[in-house]
Design a protein. Sequence first.
Length: 254
Amino acid sequence: MNGQRTGLIDGIRIDVARLHATWMELLFPRQLNPSKVLGRWEPETTGQKLSYYGWAAIGLPLVLFGYPLLLLGFATRFYAKKVDSATTRLGVVGVVGLAAVTWGLLTVAAWVRQFSFDGLVAVAAAGAVATVSAGLAYVLSRRGGRATSVVLAYPAAMTALFLPPVVAALYSPALAGVLTGSTELAIWILDNVLTVGGLNEIIRDRFALQGPAYVLMWFGIAVPLGWLLGCVVTLADLVRPQSEESNSGGSVGF
């Protein structure tokens, strides 16, 4: 038990140090990955020392705030790698085909349960959203580099996850809890997040959370959430590249 605790503490210490070095790298060279010949860059003149240690001090509270995000990045990368491995074996045709077959079966199940015509259309529309989003997430994650993955692929994946249940819930009483939960979440966001500049009151006055507004709400959540996950995975890759993680046996818990 003591050995595990020591290993955990050492892992946290290494990750925090590398996170702070990543911050220092923004202004100063050879901080995160020192040169084998020259070593880590160190200030020499008084001006360099003032700027160097001042920048280091500014980074300390940011590191404390950023460490939970780093852990989120490690976790997201861990599970994204497993999903990526499975989708790589399937290929884009397999990913799209699997989503289409799954939602096709759900549409048939809705027909067997005698959904209304509108309900059948809703389930089919949800399936179309999921299938297209899954296909886009696959293609975008493999083309265009890191920026494309963060800006487009991760939001597409979140859209494939969040939107279909909401679309189906609009027409299926069996999924009414999705809308109830969405309403409660919307109230919490308005009361606790979107309070700056009275933005919550403006939204309440101009918009009503009903019908397609639920879809827009979850799309509005899926996109920035995808950006957040893409950014924290990028942070995890900067602080601890996967090649290093494989060689060293991983980071804290991942």
